[in-house]
Design a protein around this ligand. Structure first.
Ligand code: GAR
Length: 225
């Protein structure tokens, strides 16, 4: 596993599939000095991902690893690992990377692989979380950052932010409200990791030297519309 001797410039790779608004939040926080990381590369499984343009605009290497070019998941994931490891990252961040990763991939990056998910896990794993939250009549919703393990959307939770669900919410409105909080939560947690404040210990998250019994709740910054 690559090591970093200072906490000032943790090299990281970001995996993306789509818009890249979370990537943008990470890039912005890195550029303004509030996040002690260097985004070494952004890698997408989709050549049209807008996230790649965001990487270009920030002078960050923007690369693709396209599933159609590999016969199966194992070989795709092996190629992805090779691509990522060229950058010797101390942290790999999934930011809207919409592929299921093989156990081999997840084990390779164990303890240095983070994901953000648009729900208050363990509720609403998988896709279309905002739709399911509305259909379920929930009063609150939110986002979670967790270490990735072999269980899909089930790795140890680090932190969450809650938002209110309003009676007249649509999926689009609710997604936007959750994403505003994602853009704050993810850089915050990445900063904790980069400064050595959070680690994975077996199946448990250690935060400031103590094993977490529940995820850290980061209050929503604004009371969203
Ligand atoms: C984010 O809302 C993220 O939570 C979600 O995809 C979106 C990506 O948006 N991730 C998942 O659903 C993973 N299961 P972005 O490309 O604008 O950052």
């Amino acid at each position: 596993m690559p090591t970093h001797t200072t906490h000032s410039d943790l090299p990281m790779v970001v995996l993306v599939s789509g818009e890249g608004t979370n990537l943008q939040a990470i890039l912005d926080n890195s550029a303004n000095g509030s996040l002690p990381v260097t985004v070494a590369a952004v890698i997408s499984d989709r050549s049209q991902a807008r996230a790649l343009a965001r990487a270009h605009a920030a002078d960050v290497a923007a690369e693709t690893c396209l599933p159609a070019e590999y016969p199966d998941r194992q070989q795709y994931d092996a190629a992805l690992i090779r691509l990522i490891d060229r950058h010797s990252p101390g942290l790999v961040v999934l930011a809207g990377f919409m592929r299921i990763l093989s156990d081999h991939f997840v084990r390779h990056y164990r303890g240095r692989l983070l994901n953000i998910h648009p729900s208050l896990l363990p509720k609403y794993r998988g896709l279309h979380t905002h739709r399911h939250v509305l259909a379920g009549g929930e009063r609150e919703h939110g986002c979670s950052v967790h270490f990735v393990t072999e269980t899909l959307d089930g790795g140890p939770l680090i932190a969450q932010t809650k938002v209110i669900v309003r009676p007249d919410d649509t999926e689009v409105v609710l997604r936007a409200r959750v994403q505003r909080q994602e853009h704050r939560l993810y850089p915050e947690v990445i900063g904790w990791f980069a400064r050595g404040r959070v680690q994975l210990d077996g199946e448990h998250v250690v935060f400031d030297g103590r094993r977490l019994q529940a995820p850290v709740m980061l209050p929503a910054q604004e009371q969203p519309a």
